[in-house]
Write a protein that binds this ligand. Structure first.
Ligand code: 13P
Length: 255
């Protein structure tokens, strides 16, 4: 059985190395003595904090990037390549987050080249997909997920599928405190698996993890992760509080 995956997306937080140091103190305290047999835990801080994270040598928490640039190297002011993330300690990278789509104009073509760069560098990818509230209301969820998956995964062979995790993050649930019902999440998961099985094979898809993301809290982890049998969660705000973050990881690990 593949391990479940709990990912903390710290977004553009915390503000200073001192605050991040305190965060790591708390994270160490929360993970110490706990045994996550069925679950991998990944934290994705801003890249400026990678070294500080790695200096702690945490055995239960892996490092992830929030995004990468698709080029390998060169005159791309301000960008960080997938290879640089990898050689600086990251094992995972998020790609296609709805905030990247919204604020930085990322479309499926961009997400596709970023995903290819992530896989080429040897990082594991966490590909975010999800419909907007409008799209859900007009019954377009399945077609939106299909378009996002087909375009983002274009040209990526079956041999790479084990390095890709799909995070279903309905845009209307991100940062809002609204969460879908277990049935709605299960339905989305079935749709995603079906699309992936058409693109690859049922056998390959069995090895791909499908996470849920969007307003995950310990109080709803059962509803959004355990009941619809998700392979884990992608967590924003609650990952900034190690007590809550690790509580969710424990619930998922025991679920
Ligand atoms: P929240 O958990 O804060 O809703 O954010 C979800 C998210 O965007 C994780 O990538």
């Amino acid at each position: 059985m593949r391990k479940k995956l709990i990912v903390g997306n710290l977004k553009m937080n915390p503000l200073t190395p001192t605050e991040f140091g305190r965060y790591l103190d708390m994270l160490e305290r929360e993970t110490n003595g706990k045994n996550f047999e069925k679950t991998e835990i990944v934290v994705c801080p801003p890249a400026v904090y990678f070294r500080q994270f790695l200096e702690r040598k945490m055995k239960d928490v892996k490092l992830g990037a929030q995004d990468v640039y698709w080029e390998y190297q060169g005159a791309y002011t301000g960008e960080i390549s997938a290879g640089m993330m990898k050689s600086n300690g990251a094992e995972y990278s998020i790609v296609g987050h709805s905030e990247r789509r919204k604020y930085f104009g990322e479309n499926e073509e961009i997400i596709n080249v970023k995903l290819k760069a992530i896989l080429k560098s040897g990082l594991n990818a966490i590909l975010c997909i999800g419909e907007s509230g409008e799209e859900r209301k007009s019954n377009e969820t399945a077609s939106v997920l299909k378009k996002q998956l087909e375009k983002s995964l274009a040209g990526i062979g079956i041999g790479k599928t084990e390095y890709i995790t799909v995070a279903y993050e309905p845009i209307w649930a991100v940062g809002t405190d609204k969460v879908p019902s277990s049935d709605e999440i299960l339905e989305a998961k079935i749709i995603i698996k079906k699309i992936l099985a058409e693109l690859y094979s049922r056998k390959a898809v069995e090895k791909m993890r499908i996470l849920y993301g969007g307003s995950v809290k310990s109080s709803c982890a059962g509803q959004v992760c355990v009941d619809p049998a998700m392979d884990g969660a992608l967590i924003g705000r609650e990952s900034l509080t190690p007590y809550e973050f690790i509580k969710i990881a424990s619930l998922v690990d025991g679920g």
